[in-house]
Design a protein around this ligand. Structure first.
Ligand code: NAD
Ligand code: DAU
Length: 339
């Protein structure tokens, strides 16, 4: 089996590469990644010399490169993680989100169609369901809910999902889609809530909480996400969507307080800053379908996962200190200085 993992130098894609190489000793993995600001070859250091792994630098919207790669490698399975993934950046500059997330998906699916790939899997997000109210803890995202979008990021991801389903229906392509809640764990770029707060807390810097901090996210340890995708690409039904999430809801303020407690820093570091435009209130996944059909359940609870994650950031300072010493400084200044 040969699997193409796009976006494999990013957070979840890299964790998926590690998971697949370990879980399937007879699989070859090719990673296609253009190494944007958040793609990092250092993340893939431990697998670069593995004879079953190959890294190709390239853009998923580059039709010529993508088609040549498919021609050469004869992939059995494609898993598309490649994306612009940060909501705040999409609010500042939507264009690149539409290009990569929609046109990149189209290019990959055209190639998958042309070369008869056995399974095309689109890695989607729960943000395509919009949000849930804070005062209705009985409500959850289910696969049959209509798609809506609060940010250019979620609009681009919803478009990609629609395109994937349209290719399934029109061209009978073997497509599956997963829609996952917020991931956390090793190698997450420190622009996202958890690694950003860990980094700031360790440096005794302010922890910028948007709005009131009451917004709720449903946190999933990244390895549980990887395991779910592995199950879907092997046993999921073609033409189906699977929600992935594990009832680990926490308010942002709870998450930040947990981090501070674990690194032994005071809550006085918490600073309430201007809210995100269009800020979604609550995400919460109903994972009944993937549990009933494929037997998936998350294995790592939030308390265990956050402890492991903080330990990883403590043990791998070089990885993130290199990141924050570069253009990240300008990003941080632009997003947070006058908030
Ligand atoms: P990330 O931003 O950490 O990584 C994205 C990767 O894609 C990077 O390595 C980047 O270099 C690469 N990439 C970007 N544009 C590219 C292009 N045009 N061509 C080739 N490569 C390109 O993202 P992540 O958090 O690992 O998310 C991966 C996928 O999972 C995304 O599709 C995202 O929408 C989805 N997702 C993320 C979460 C989450 O909580 N992080 C939850 C659900 C779904
Ligand atoms: O639900 C899945 C989605 O989760 C993925 O599709 C996205 O790719 C991923 O980035 C994530 O989106 P969020 O917007 O939920 O994640 P983020 O880490 O940016 O923010 C989490 C919450 O924390 C959100 O309510 C905004 C808030 N926040 C975030 C940052 C970066 C803050 O309060 N302060 C911050 O500095």
């Amino acid at each position: 089996m040969k699997v193409l993992v796009t976006g494999g130098a990013g957070f979840i894609g890299a964790n998926f590469v590690f998971y697949m190489l370990d879980k399937h000793p007879d699989y070859d993995i090719v990673c296609l990644d253009s190494l944007t600001y958040c793609g990092n070859l250092k993340t893939l250091d431990s697998v670069m010399d593995n004879p079953r792994f190959k890294f190709v630098k390239g853009d998923v919207t580059d039709r010529k490169l993508v088609f040549e790669l498919f021609e050469e490698e004869k992939f059995n399975i494609v898993v598309n993680f490649a994306a612009e993934s940060h909501v705040d950046r999409s609010i500042e500059d939507p264009g690149v989100f539409l290009r990569t997330n929609i046109l990149g998906t189209q290019t990959l699916m055209d190639a998958a169609k042309e070369y008869g790939v056995e399974r095309y899997h689109q890695v989607g997000t729960d943000e395509v369901y919009g949000d849930l109210p804070l005062d209705r803890p009985d409500l959850f995202f289910t696969e049959d809910m209509p798609l809506t979008a609060s940010s250019p990021y979620s609009a681009s991801k919803a478009s990609a999902d629609l395109l994937a389903m349209a290719y399934h229906r029109t061209y009978d392509m073997p497509v599956t889609i997963s829609r996952c809640s917020n991931n956390y764990g090793p190698y997450q770029f420190p622009e996202k809530l958890i690694p950003l707060m860990i980094k700031n807390a360790l440096a005794d810097e302010q922890l910028p909480v948007y709005g009131t901090g009451e917004n709720v996210r449903d946190w999933l340890y990244v390895e549980d996400h990887c395991k779910a995708i592995d199950m879907i690409i092997h046993n999921g039904k073609v033409g189906e969507v699977y929600n992935i999430g594990g009832h680990n809801e926490r308010s942002n303020l709870d998450v930040v307080r947990t981090i501070l407690k674990q690194v032994g820093k005071p809550e006085s570091l918490i600073t309430f800053v201007g809210d995100r435009k269009g800020h979604d209130l609550r995400y919460a996944i109903d994972p009944t379908k993937i549990h009933n059909e494929l037997g998936w359940l998350p294995e790592t609870g939030f308390d265990e996962g956050i402890r492991r994650t903080i330990d990883w950031y403590l043990d791998n300072r070089q990885w993130w200190e290199e990141i924050i010493s570069g253009e990240y400084q300008q990003y941080y200044e632009k997003m947070y200085s006058n908030r």
